[in-house]
Write a protein that binds this ligand. Sequence first.
Ligand code: AMP
Length: 190
Amino acid sequence: MNIILFGPPGAGKGTQAKMLCEKYNLLHLSTGEILRDEIRKNSELGKSVKEIIESGKLVSDEIIIKILNLAMENNKKDSLSGYLFDGFPRNIDQANLLSDLLDSLKLKIDCILLIEVDEPILLERILSRKKFEGRSDDNKETLISRIQVYSEETEPLIDHYSSNHAIKRIDGVGEISEVNQRINTALEGF
Ligand code: AMP
């Protein structure tokens, strides 16, 4: 089963993605996590994307597809039941790149999950997450830019996919376990 997880910054995608990957034996492909890892390692790639991430803008499609390919290549395992794309694709060009990539692997997207949370709650969550995780892009200014990028570049993907894919809208407000239960219910039958 291959899943794309959509949702604005602060919707809880990362947390839910980890739970889903464990339950369904999927490889968690979070482009944001991979980039933050590179920043932590202070690699050339990390240095080149740090400022962009802190501004809330998108890193180039070229870098994204490269790190994604590498992560899939390095984590190949026959025992995997599929992939969970978290934070990718972020725009139409990336959606087309993903489609080419999946075609070449003879795979398809089985389900698209959209976690929905209203903006005031996103801000509250992001500011409290900063205290625990210390992400340098978790601040009010960057969040506003990330939400704008999400609505301009990523949200149109929902329409893009809706003609050919099952899109499951999940209410992302509530306890982590409640949201997880809603997702599991939405995935029943896959
Ligand atoms: P995330 O953890 O998915 O919220 O991503 C954090 C930041 O990493 C984003 O605000 C972007 O700057 C960058 N990023 C992550 N994934 C992508 C992507 N697919 N395309 C472009 N930039 C990305």
